[in-house]
Design a protein around this ligand. Structure first.
Ligand SMILES: CC(=O)N[C@H]1[C@@H](OP(=O)(O)OP(=O)(O)OC[C@H]2O[C@@H](n3ccc(=O)[nH]c3=O)[C@H](O)[C@@H]2O)O[C@H](CO)[C@@H](O)[C@@H]1O
Ligand SMILES: C=C(OP(=O)(O)O)C(=O)O
Length: 430
């Protein structure tokens, strides 16, 4: 398994290009199942999760064409990929594929809406929690689906071959459940209202793409979505929005090491809560024409208390990265994780750098220390793995991060992007 080796102490200076968002690309790719016409996605990031989802979509009969580079393409720019689901040849998503990439469970919505039936493996839990899918199934039942669980699979059928519009209210904000019910509702008979819908930018990005394909959706960006079902959807060309989690991650890396970094193509409005917190920690956050500039002056990193919340609150996907930053603050920061029940796996690994963190249920109390020391550490999940890289960038001496396949799921060419800004970081194949 590949590892990453870092030697800490260098400030980051220069420019980091922000890639297309993993959490936007995945639902957008799945939306291609809703139409028999080509869906062209622009700025698709080169990530392990994207490659895995391509394999899953091909299993359903989707033709996938990756366009070659074009003269003038931006350095480290995203891919242009055409997805064409002319004919869905298989409405089963098998365990061996779904278990490797949780979001592939989301194919259940488009398959049910377009074909009237679907058999999709339950995704199972993962490091950060049990992550059930009860809201998804309740929402699809409201749309008229008959659903049973058989041998670890969700077997769903739309009576008469078509779902019907309904009022769906989620008991708790769920990004995935909002994606799935919204996609299913686009082809349902009648109108669907989704209350307590997720407002994450990736949900809005998917909705805009669906509208471009001919869907009728209003309330985009709000917690109340209204979808008027149509008979058929067409093709579209849609650009994947920049990754707000990657943006926040590199902002915290620059804050941690010192230096002056322009996050190219970043959009402040996608992560304003996180940028505000970084500003309260004493770091200069300056929107510019080409992105966001992060400048850590001579001052200390100030402690800030944070509670993770659904958008527009502080995102849970930046919690581990922020904790790494707070390990070097000049005080005490209390971090509350309210979204997932087990998202402090990085605490034990950060402690190996000499960090002082005490966990009590949903709360982590981080007392800043004057110095971190390099260590051998192990990645446990996607965002935890990058929090270890952030710590290693500022630690004295050498750090080895093991099991970085977690990183490759959601961070495109991380070591290239960081080494171009002065970090001593390399991938060790093995
Ligand atoms: C591919 C993708 O976009 N992943 C994101 C998506 O995951 P995902 O869509 O899986 O996360 P959800 O928003 O659904 O989860 C939020 C909370 O609701 C719970 N829940 C969810 C569904 C359900 O049926 N029952 C239930 O209890 C979950 O266990 C969790 O505690 O949103 C999360 C929260 O912003 C992010 O951390 C993930 O990066
Ligand atoms: C939890 C994450 O992704 P996923 O839902 O794909 O596990 C993440 O992107 O931080």
């Amino acid at each position: 398994m590949d590892r990453i080796r870092l030697v800490g102490g260098n400030a980051l200076n220069g420019e980091i290009p922000i890639s297309g968002a993993k959490n936007a690309a995945l639902p957008l790719m799945i939306a291609s199942l809703l139409s028999d016409e080509p869906l062209v996605l622009v700025n698709v990031p080169r990530l392990a999760d994207v490659k895995q989802l391509e394999r899953i979509l091909e299993n359903h009969g989707v033709d996938i064409a990756v366009h070659g580079r074009r003269r003038g393409d931006a350095d480290m720019g995203g891919q242009r990929i055409t997805f064409t689901a002319s004919d869905i040849v298989d409405t089963t998503a098998p365990y061996e594929l779904v278990s490797t990439m949780r979001a592939s469970f989301w194919v259940i919505g488009p398959l049910l809406a377009r074909e009237g039936h679907a058999k999709v493996s339950l995704p199972g839990g993962c490091a950060i929690g049990t992550r059930p899918v009860d809201f998804y199934l309740e929402g699809l039942r409201e749309l008229g689906a008959e659903i049973e669980i058989d041998n670890g699979y969700v077997v769903a059928r739309a009576p008469g071959g078509r779902l019907r519009g309904a009022n769906v209210r989620f008991p708790k904000v769920s990004v995935g459940a909002t994606h799935v019910v919204m996609m299913a509702a686009t082809l349902a008979q009648g109108t669907t209202v989704i209350e307590n819908a997720a407002r994450e930018p990736e949900v809005g990005d998917l909705a805009e793409c669906l509208v471009a394909m001919g869907a009728r959706i209003t309330g985009i960006g709000t917690e109340r979505l209204v979808i008027e079902g149509v008979e058929k959807l067409g093709g579209a060309v849609h650009e994947v929005l920049p990754d707000r989690i990657e943006t926040g991650t590199y902002a915290m890396a620059a804050a941690m090491t010192g230096g002056d970094v322009l996050l190219r193509n970043a959009r402040p409005g996608l992560l304003q809560a996180a940028l505000d917190v970084i500003g309260h920690a004493g770091i200069a956050v300056e929107p510019e024409a080409g992105g966001i500039r992060i400048r850590r002056g001579e001052g200390p990193i100030r402690p800030v208390d944070v509670e993770t919340e659904p958008f527009p609150g502080f995102p849970t996907d930046l919690q581990a990265q922020f904790m790494a930053l707070m390990t070097r603050s000049d005080g005490v920061s209390v971090i509350k994780e309210t979204i997932f029940e087990n998202r402090f796996m990085h605490v034990a690994e950060l402690a190996r750098f000499g960090a002082n963190i005490h966990v009590d249920g949903q709360l982590a109390r981080v007392t800043g220390v004057p110095e971190l020391r390099g260590a051998q550490v192990m990645a446990t999940d996607l965002r935890a793995s990058v929090s270890l890289v952030i710590a290693g960038l500022a630690a004295r001496g050498e750090t080895i991060v093991n099991r970085i396949y977690h990183l490759d799921r959601g961070f495109e060419r991380l070591e290239d992007k960081l080494s171009r800004c002065g970090a001593v970081i390399e991938r060790i194949a093995g």
